[in-house]
Design a binder for this molecule. Structure first.
Ligand code: FAD
Length: 374
């Protein structure tokens, strides 16, 4: 059987794309190498443009009910509280950033996908090779072959499909490290986010559903998070309340191109940016929205694929590169150490926070091509 589209990878971006294509009646096969949802904790921040996309598949309400709405973010520096970012007055129906662990995002998307009669998700199946045909692409796994008019690689930052296509990439390491942990929240911070820019390094703190809170500390030591949070912010966390721990070193990856033949890259397969700023998955969701509209126009209305693919590449690369630069900028300020640099940073941040452009900037509303425009 020939599918309209095969999606490689059922991460958040692959799942959303499958849902958007299924809603348009396309016949879709999703191949995922994992047998179940991943345990590790990654994305939590879902921005208003992404909630608008989720609303088109009837999911915005269930997402909001499952998460925490962050309406205010307070920023602290060496000289005390520097100001805040309030999302209460931004444009649109969703005047907050939604905090929801990535695993729950994926669970909600997968549950909705199960209701789509034209979409099939196969777990425990790894794409091993691809070959181009005149009328589409053959995807090879260890045990079978699958045929589709188009293939979309949603297989993440270390994309095998991207490698198989020989698409050239540019990778940049930032040389800084972060440790992260989710805790039972016994602070009085409620649903607010707090960013601490201190002379010893940055600390970020975000509310999570079910009375939990995430702490992220920029550090080049392997030491525990609890003493570092205490030293930098004065907040007393209890090690016994820590539910998980992980570390990450941000890096960036740009692809020379986002398509080859009948294969398209989407999400982290197409661009990797620093998680500081919380934009990677949201940028991938906008890729998925564009890709779904485009593949529908090509497959059901016979529109020119090459012309569409060029436009996709232009829009999605522009959005991703802008988001990556913004993340770099925020992260760069956070890694300044020492008292003199901290005083200068406090001055800069105080001035920036006075601008009305800051809330839409954090909410990704001012990112170019944050939504697909027909
Ligand atoms: C610590 C951290 C915090 C973050 N916080 C945020 C945030 O708050 N907001 C935000 O927007 N982003 C955030 N991000 C980024 C976000 O996690 C990623 O952008 C997002 O996971 C990308 O989704 P994806 O579906 O493109 O790729 P992935 O989530 O990597 O999914 C790819 C899927 O493809 C599968 N796969 C891979 N190879 C194959 C193959 N050959 N065959 C079959 N299946 C395959 C994998 O098993 C996986 O399930 C964060 C990242 C980190 C590390």
């Amino acid at each position: 059987m020939k599918h309209d589209v095969i999606i490689i990878g059922a991460g958040p971006v692959g799942l959303l794309l499958a849902l958007l294509l299924g809603q348009r009646g396309l016949n879709v096969l999703v191949l995922e190498q994992r047998t179940e949802l991943p345990q590790q904790s990654q994305a939590i921040g879902i921005t208003p443009p992404s909630l608008e996309i989720l609303a088109t598949v009837g999911l915005a309400q269930s997402f909001v009910q499952s998460g925490v709405c962050i309406r205010d973010c307070f920023v602290h520096g060496h000289t005390g509280r520097l100001g805040g970012v309030s999302f209460r007055d931004i444009a649109g129906a969703h005047r907050f950033i939604l905090s929801l662990p990535q695993r729950q995002t994926m669970r909600l998307l997968e549950e909705a996908l199960m209701q789509q009669p034209t979409v099939k998700l196969m777990r425990g199946i790894e794409c091993a090779a691809l070959s181009s045909q005149a009328d589409g692409v053959i995807v090879r796994t260890a045990e079978a072959e699958f045929h589709a008019a188009f293939v979309v690689a949603c297989d993440g930052a270390h994309s095998r499909v991207r490698e198989l296509l020989g698409i050239r990439t540019r990778r940049r390491e930032y040389g800084c490290q972060f440790v992260m942990g989710d805790f039972i929240d016994r602070t009085a911070m409620q649903d607010d986010a707090h960013l601490f820019f201190t002379a010893a390094g940055a600390v970020e703190s975000f509310p999570l559903p079910e009375g939990q809170r995430r702490w992220i500390v920029q550090t080049n030591d392997e030491t525990d998070l609890v003493p570092q949070v205490r030293q930098r912010t004065g907040m007393l966390l209890n090690a016994a309340d820590q539910l998980n721990a992980s570390a990450f070193s941000p890096w960036r990856l740009d692809c020379e191109r986002l398509h080859l033949g009948h294969v398209l890259l989407c999400g982290d397969a197409a661009h990797v940016m620093s998680p500081i700023g919380g934009q990677g998955m949201n940028t991938g969701f906008a890729d998925a929205e564009f890709a779904a509209a485009m593949l529908h126009a090509i497959l059901r209305h016979g529109e020119n694929a090459e012309r569409w693919f060029k436009q996709y590449e232009h829009c999605r690369q522009t959005a991703a590169r802008t988001a990556a630069r913004r993340a770099e900028w925020g992260m760069g300020l956070g890694v300044w150490r020492g008292v003199m640099r901290s005083l200068l940073r406090d001055f800069i941040i105080r001035s920036i926070l006075r601008s009305d452009h800051v809330p839409p900037w954090f909410a990704m509303q001012s990112l170019p091509f944050n939504r697909y425009q027909p």
